[in-house]
Design a protein around this ligand. Structure first.
Ligand SMILES: Cc1ncc(COP(=O)(O)O)c(C=O)c1O
Ligand SMILES: [Zn+2]
Length: 401
């Protein structure tokens, strides 16, 4: 669909989508893509989707109207749990590059090609870098990736093989972000950091459309989402509003649950303290690499969604996450990324507290495949202290890989 404009989520400022944009120039707010949904209402019906391509681009009508760069991302399985009735596992591990990051990068690289951008840069906890590298490779765009040096081996290797320029950093994703910020102007990079350009949210919002479509257009009572930067949660919430505008769903919304690692839980802390923004988490440490995000750029959006949806924020320890990884694998046949297995921990805790009852329909997001984390899982299992668990301050660049 034609984009009407980009809108700041803080001040409402409207910006043109005719050229690449990052964040609101006035206040740094996250930009959302806005379309004329009223003109689609009644013309695009839910039934029209049947028989369309089994990828996120089946929702092309509600995505930017340009030629997609696709590797077959999205429309992942919605698996009914074998252990818990009314629970579903949304298995994002089946995406290209093995994680849900493929959706956001498919959309971001689609628009980058449309704008004629030649060099994209991203700080990454691991999977976003790998996904960017793959989509950039597919269209001959250069990718510059900054990731902590102790990310899973798979993330380093895939990025290298996809032909990206990889810099390993002795620090956390926040340090990587700072490096991209400092260098981008001089290097001519366009910054595709989480929530610092508007299109990764567009890709990730398709998870919200899929939840609705795959559950027969009735939203569940709860959605559990492993939250680092929170793009998926923000995207799904946007999708629910859009679907309501289209007349596809009513006003009902799931309770949105953020699960974080106990060793890096800034959103959980802010939620428990009733705050509307989070503080930088010091000493971030967890083997769930994607959750090692000490401060989410869109924290104010995440916390607002938790509040509006009457949701919750839950922390899971690395021990609980490892146990859940084995449990899911052995009871469901799903070998989940640690971030994804954290969703099961959150569900177990929320059931024990009576927050969810057995009759509540709840979707647990498995955001990636365990096959990308074999080194981390093995180290955690042996109870070794993998290098990734150590917290360190920035000590310069190690790479390129
Ligand atoms: C497997 C996995 N799950 C969850 C996350 C967190 O995602 P988000 O930043 O969208 O909250 C990441 C981020 O790197 C990830 O790789
Ligand atoms: Zn603004």
């Amino acid at each position: 669909m034609r984009i009407s404009y980009l809108e700041c989520t803080r001040c409402g400022e409207q910006l043109s989508a005719d050229r690449p944009q990052n964040v609101c120039p006035k206040d740094g707010g996250v930009l959302f893509v806005r379309y004329d949904f009223a003109s689609l209402k009644g013309k695009l019906r839910r039934e029209d989707l049947s028989g369309r391509i089994a990828s996120m681009w089946r929702y092309a009508d509600v995505l930017p109207g340009v030629m997609p760069v696709t590797l077959g991302e999205g429309f992942t399985p919605m698996l009914p749990s074998r252990e818990h009735s009314n629970v579903f596992i949304k298995d994002e591990g089946l995406n290209p590059t093995g994680s849900f990051k493929a959706r956001g990068m498919s959309a971001a690289v689609t628009m980058a090609r449309h704008y004629g951008l030649k060099k994209l840069a991203v700080p990454s906890a691991g999977n976003a870098g790998g996904a960017l590298a793959a989509y950039a490779a597919a269209v001959g765009i250069e990718a510059y990736i900054f990731m902590p040096k102790d990310v899973p081996v798979a993330n380093r290797m895939e990025s290298d093989y996809y032909g990206a320029h990889v810099t390993l950093v002795d620090g956390l994703i926040s340090d990587c972000a700072r490096m991209v910020g400092e260098r981008k102007e001089q290097e001519g990079w366009f910054d595709v950091s989480t929530l610092k350009e508007p299109y990764r949210v567009e890709g990730k919002k398709t998870m919200g459309y899929e939840v609705a479509e795959q559950l027969g257009w009735k939203l569940p009572e709860g959605i559990v989402y492993p939250t680092g930067g929170g793009v998926g949660m923000i995207g799904m919430w946007k999708a629910f509003d859009e679907m309501e505008e289209l007349g596809w769903i009513g006003r009902e919304r799931p309770k949105m649950i953020s699960v974080q690692a106990a060793g890096c839980a800034p959103i959980v802390k802010a939620w428990e303290e009733g705050k509307s923004a989070s503080e930088m988490w010091t000493g971030a440490a967890t083997f769930a690499a994607g959750l090692r995000v000490p401060k989410a750029y869109g924290d104010y959006l995440i916390l607002d969604i938790l509040k509006k949806s009457r949701g919750a924020a839950v922390a899971a320890t690395d021990e609980e996450i490892l146990a859940a990884t084995r449990h899911w694998a052995s009871t469901e046949g799903v070998f989940a990324a640690p971030e994804g297995a954290a969703s099961l921990v959150a569900y177990q805790k929320l059931r024990a507290q009576g927050f969810f009852r057995s009759e509540d329909k709840v979707v647990l997001f498995n955001t990636g495949t365990a096959y990308k984390y074999l080194d981390m899982i093995e180290a955690q299992q042996k109870n070794l202290q993998p290098p990734s668990l150590a917290t360190r301050t920035i000590g310069g660049i190690i790479g390129p890989y």
